[in-house]
Design a protein around this ligand. Structure first.
Ligand code: IFM
Length: 465
């Protein structure tokens, strides 16, 4: 048996988002997910949208008590732009939302759970998408910054960790390249402009945050980082992995963490005729916006090989430069097809951040082990669901994280995705990730065994294996 002890004051908890948990009670405005669900419910697993979900808006007190029961000392969720702001042009807030977020934050703080608040989790207000094209427009960049400043001023004394965006590349991929988010466009040039505008929105919000000089608060961003692995070390595959890394990781990491825009990316965009519209003032803003911490989301590795077949799409996607492939020797999650299990990727990410990104303080902001409800099974005679599979995999990932910390990684915490099984975009409730099962019929929260193990880990700051 080896004992794995984590650094003092390590953060243990979970991540979620407002839209995936709160439900629509008293929400001032629709977001694009409400809009899309009304237009095309068939795009959502079993037709379930985000209107009911976990109902945290009404059940937050009970839920914070459940956080304590599994030992959390911290928790990340997001404020919903479409809930907080009543009038996007004037910035008028919805008083009901202000009261709700204050009460929710107070409840967490009173129970020793440090809130980490994100400002944008794929949830563009519907009105701004319809009127301006969402982040296609720089007008919306400025409206986002106004909203961020409102949130900083309202809740800045309660929230020590602010996050501008969760996985900012995902709305670009989903909404503008691969058709799994609204507005379901497939347009490489627009995708690059949206990505650039999001980075600009982040940078402007970071500057605005620093100008407010709130005491004892920090600002950061959460990125989904996926190392690319190849079949072997043949040069063409290495080149393919380099492109995948440039387009999926460095495209956001370099500007947001290093405050650099990779020259190779600019050249690639020029080659593809998809260069975004920028100004020198904006570029100066991006390259001077300093964040204080990074969140890293990790689920699966990316496997690439050199392109062999002709690229057939009529719009640009990163796959112009490589092909995805399935590792024939890979280990896969039997409860979720195609999810390769590769705990060592955590170590590789940590070394990349250490060596190439100034070893910025970072936390594992999402690590999720998906199972479906059937494979988790029914509660036992004590009413508990046996998800030991999740615990075993979590241990393997934490061992790699521990190894990275011993080798100098500046990691200050781990948040599992997620707390209570929550609604997840077009997958709805298909994949379960939570410490608690959500019974969709009753809304009941049902404990899972993994939470018992996690509580011990969080309270002792170590585990043995
Ligand atoms: O549900 C999502 C979350 O919103 C962002 N990261 C991945 C999760 C699981 O798919």
């Amino acid at each position: 048996m080896t004992k794995y002890t984590f650094p003092d004051n390590f953060k243990w908890g979970a991540a979620a988002s407002g839209i995936q948990t709160e439900g629509n009670t008293n929400k001032a405005n629709d977001n694009i997910w409400d809009l899309w669900h009304k237009q095309a419910p068939e795009r959502f697993y079993r037709g379930i949208g985000s209107d009911l979900v976990t109902d945290t808006y009404n059940r937050y007190q009970e839920d914070v008590a459940l956080m304590k029961q599994v030992g959390f000392n911290s928790f990340r969720t997001s404020i919903q732009w479409s809930r907080l702001i009543k009038d996007f042009e004037t910035g008028e807030v919805c008083q009901d939302a202000v009261a709700f977020y204050h009460a929710y934050l107070d409840e967490m703080i009173a129970n020793g759970v440090e809130p980490m608040m994100n400002l944008y989790h794929f949830d563009m207000p519907a009105e701004l998408q319809q009127k301006y094209g969402g982040f296609e427009s720089k007008k919306v960049v400025d409206l986002y910054v106004d909203y961020a400043v409102t949130a900083f001023k309202l809740f800045g004394n309660k929230v020590k960790y602010w996050i501008t965006f969760n996985e900012p590349i995902v709305p670009v991929e989903g909404g503008y390249l691969y058709d799994f988010h609204y507005p379901c466009k497939k347009d490489g040039k627009l995708a690059v402009q949206v990505g650039y505008n999001i980075i600009l929105a982040h940078a402007k919000a970071v500057h605005a945050f620093h100008q407010l000089a709130l005491a004892d608060t920090q600002i950061g961003v959460v990125l989904n980082l996926t190392p690319s692995y190849t079949r072997d070390d043949r040069a063409a595959d290495q080149q393919a992995a380099w492109y995948a890394d440039l387009l999926f990781n460095r495209s956001f990491l370099d500007p947001m963490v290093k405050n650099e825009i990779p020259q190779e990316l600019c050249e690639l965009f020029a080659e593809q005729n998809i260069t975004p519209e920028t100004t020198s003032e904006e570029l100066e803003c991006i390259t001077s916006a300093k964040i204080q911490f990074l969140g890293v989301n990790y689920y699966v590795p990316r496997r690439v090989k050199a392109r062999e077949a002709e690229y057939e799409l009529d719009h640009f996607t990163p796959e112009v430069y490589f092909e995805n492939y399935i590792n024939p020797n890979g280990r896969f999650n039997p409860y979720r097809d195609n999810n390769e299990i590769l705990p060592t990727a955590i170590y590789d990410i940590a070394m990349n951040v250490r060596d190439n990104y100034g070893n910025i303080p970072w936390f594992l902001a999402e690590i999720g082990i998906a199972m479906d409800e059937e494979s988790e099974g029914k509660p036992d005679e004590n009413g508990i669901i046996d998800d030991s599979f999740r615990t075993e995999l979590m241990k393997e990932h934490l061992i790699q994280l521990h190894r990275a910390i011993e080798d100098g990684a500046n990691c200050f915490g781990v948040h599992q995705w997620t707390f209570i099984d929550n609604w997840s975009w077009t997958n709805s409730f298909k994949r379960r990730y939570g410490f608690y099962r959500l019974d969709l019929a009753t809304g009941d929260r049902i404990a899972k065994k993994h939470g018992v193990w996690f509580k011990e880990l969080a309270l002792s700051n170590c585990f043995e294996d």
